[in-house]
Unconditional design. Sequence first.
Length: 247
Amino acid sequence: MRILLCNDDGYFAPGIEHLASALADVAEITVVAPERDRSGASNSLTLDRPLSLKQAANGFYYVNGTPTDCVHLAVTGMLEKLPDMVISGINIGANMGDDTIYSGTVAAATEGFLLGVPALAVSLCSKAGGHFATAARVTRELVLLLQRQPLSVPVLLNVNVPDVSHEELAGIVVTRLGKRHKAEPVVRTISPRNETVFWVGAAGEAQDAGEGTDFFAVQNNQVSLTPLQIDLTHTAQLSLVRSWLAQ
């Protein structure tokens, strides 16, 4: 089995090291990750300059681009054979609800999915990063399950793991995305050069976080497993817009 690993925190991040180590004996691992932290890069491709591919001392490859660049470059230009799976992570911090729109972690997995490869996006749900080993073990369990029982079609699975020991987990549940309140306003401040600058505000608190959502699962120490799709069509509004246009 061949697995391509990526992330949005950079090739030096502890999460991807834990992941590569946990999967080393179950698959042939190739790591291609951004050269620096690209959190929030979403599904952006770099089209205004060429990309470079370099190899670090630990064998990981890194690219001067986005998480999407990394997977696209690896699958369409670097690897001789299509990987059997793309795994993005382990991200430090949750990617639940609206986060998935902005997430570079989810974007890297999405690019694999768009290229016809089953993909997982894996996140550890805290900024403390206390239990990367738990998320790595959960990912390994999911990979082994997919090896034994492959799904009939390529899937894009968003995995959020509570930041607790593996023994404290209350199982794995299939969830839907919840929803956050709108983000906090940008923070305005003055730079050392006396220029007005702005920091993007914090994400909103959970709004739709009832049973069945990713927020609810993680809050209850369950691993959240959400199948994602790329079709953004608002199907329920098709007839509404047709009627509006016909007036």
